[in-house]
Design a protein. Sequence first.
Length: 508
Amino acid sequence: MTNPEAPGPVVRTVAGSVRGRAEDGLTVFRGIPFAEPPVGEARFTAPRPARPWSGIREAYAFGPPSPQDAGVAGPPAAHPEGDDWLTVNIWTPEPDPAARRPVMVWIYGGAYKFGHSGSPGYDARRIAADGDLVVVIFNYRVGMEGFAHIEGAPANRGLLDQVAALEWVRDNITAFGGDPDLVTIFGESAGAGSVASLLAMPRAAGLFHRAIAQSVPGTFFSDELARDIGTVLAAELGLRPTVADLAAVDPAELVKAGQTLAPRMPQYVDRWGQAAPTVTPYSPVVDGDVLPVTPWQALASGASRDVDLIVGHNRDENRLFTAMAGKLGQITDERASKALRLYAPGGEAAYRAAYPDASANDLYERVQTDWLFAMPSLHLAEAHLAGGGRAFVYELTWQAPANDGVLGACHALDVPLLFGTFQADLGLLLFSGTEPSPEALALSSRFRSSWTAFARTGDPGWPAYDTERRLVQVLDAEPAVAPYPEEASRRLWEGHEFAALPLLKPGE
């Protein structure tokens, strides 16, 4: 029997040599810098290549996350302190340059304001072992550091970090046993929004070959909206949204500015529109440069047509947020009407006609699930088809077992299922810390086998989506291929364009 955490082999990267650990039949490398710490003169700049080092660097510990909000599952677990925020971690069956295994690169979610590659919920050992492939997870800047509009700084710094990490994979992954010509990016929520962005970004072209987007958020900011929100964020600190004003501010203070503004964002609905109730002041910005156009527009015009795509969502995405707000089952008809007026593309009457027997709670959740995740995900598949690409669509309908299934197939349920991390992070919330049932374990295995088969061959095991049959993989206790289940919503949103969210009126 091998030591579960024995010193592993040494691998030479472009910047220097690293030693990993042998763990459970894999070799794991943690905390390898892929870029310089984005502090000091590098604060708010595009990422710069990591400085070379001499000797052998022990890659045993995850690097520190960028300063950030507490996550949905509470503050991040204990992690190293420091400013080396841009690091990469690798799980590999064999760090042999001749192995040339497929590579999967995970991009974490977190509303663009939190997330850490070292979170226990992202332990990639099962994906790497089950799929016999290399898994890479990296840190990128979130919150004001990564996404706020700051004059004098490039937009979408968090996305630029992701490009830098993928460039590192291209230049180094062969030495870890991976094939740089067979890279699949995959991510959930803000991570799926990042995947969609990378599909649309000229800077990312050629850095990956397949993509999986789990619950794509429809929130992309126009430059004008991002500029206005950035001004309000800086004003929380009594400053202007400029590099000159903000570069010397402790990163923790910038986090506090976002935390202070977020709960007050609904007060700005007449100015920021649909972005205001999301209570996250960060999203990718359609700036015309880093992100030239929205992902839907880019894919429809043929960007990334050679990249096969899996995209899908969970049936009851918004249920998690309703529950976290303590409003589950308590939505009034007035509150449902307000949500329908704000989000429904055909107005309130169209949704009520399409769902005549739905309760106020169901209408409230349905329209927000559709607006934020379900329809952006479906439309991304359809845009990719229109541009000549190939897409596979899924919907997760299996219910989270916590609290007798009251959360349904809610947002983020796919993460512990995919990673098999039922006792960590959101897994604890959605599975109540109990041992997973045989049904849960079977669905978890199904997720991994489909995702890794796609990374290896381009075929996840169900038919590609088309606009005639609209066949999708329905992931439940008994997975099945069926026409897209949310046909009523699909029809309501059929002509809708997911454009960059506008600034409705400038700040005073």
